[in-house]
Design a protein around this ligand. Sequence first.
Ligand code: MTE
Length: 326
Amino acid sequence: MNRQYKNIPIQSSEITPESLYLSRREWLKKAGLVGAGALLAACGIAPTTSPTASPTPENDQTFTSTSTNKASDELGAQLTDFDAITGFVNYYEFSTDKQAVAKLAEKFTITLWQIEVGGMVHKPKTYGIEDLLRKFPRQERIYRMRCVEGWSMVIPWLGFPLASLLKEVEPMSSARYVRFETILRPEEMPGQNSPFFDWPYVEGLRLDEAMHDLTIVCTGLYGKDLPAQNGAPVRLVVPWKYGFKSPKSLVKIDLVEQQPATFWSVSAPHEYGFYSNVNPEKSHPRWSQATERRIGETGRRPTLMFNGYADQVAYLYKDMDLNIYY
Ligand code: MTE
């Protein structure tokens, strides 16, 4: 078991057996990726002068491997292979090539990491990662994750509800939103030298979304601390929204009054709204969101409203026109 943080208890219920993992090479072979060229990547945006083009659900045909995992989520969906989860990621600070990220992130420094929680709160606080883990015991949460590009995975995250952290700093009654800021370190993150985006990557949630029990502060997956490419040492996970609403490598969480700007809505305002709830009925301007390719399966499956979490979260949006607030 890889433990980056010493002396932090990990609950036995967290663990999915390591024997379920395929080796990276075996997985790449199964996926038909050995020797394949780098996939073109983007969160659905291709800056006109960029050398990459963005994938559409139609051209994202790479993944045909079958998973050997037995564990599944509450809808019976099998967990995605560890090597797919860690080998095929969006993390633009490193690269727009999903398969290049893991290698580029290998030397990313996560020691002495701190996360500042402040803004409109009565008790602002800065946490070291070990303090955070001691204070808020983490649990395994198996979540379906749906990327806006049209692929999805089922991931056994380790984390704790963001609500526990927010309650501790005591939000003021005037706080309405939560703003998330991630690391700015261009010397270690080559993608941050790209002039096409406004760095650092920032995200936001309405306060009631942030306080929802499904929203977790995540520090691990498959019973291990987070690999760098998945957002080590700490990220957010919000399973009923498209994957880009789950920012990686958090350094700051602020309670704010106004709806904050977000990385993708600034980069492509005509394509990405603030809410970004998974919604099969609301097409992206360049492709339908009605179906998805579950990594490890062949073919496509229907995408579910709120990514299948409607029973838990639909009430948050009951008086909203989701064609306007997308
Ligand atoms: N966080 C940061 N800091 N930078 C990113 O480029 N990409 C997002 C999200 N979080 C991204 C990020 C997107 S588009 C997706 S789909 C998920 O991370 C993918 O990562 P995961 O598979 O580890 O969840």
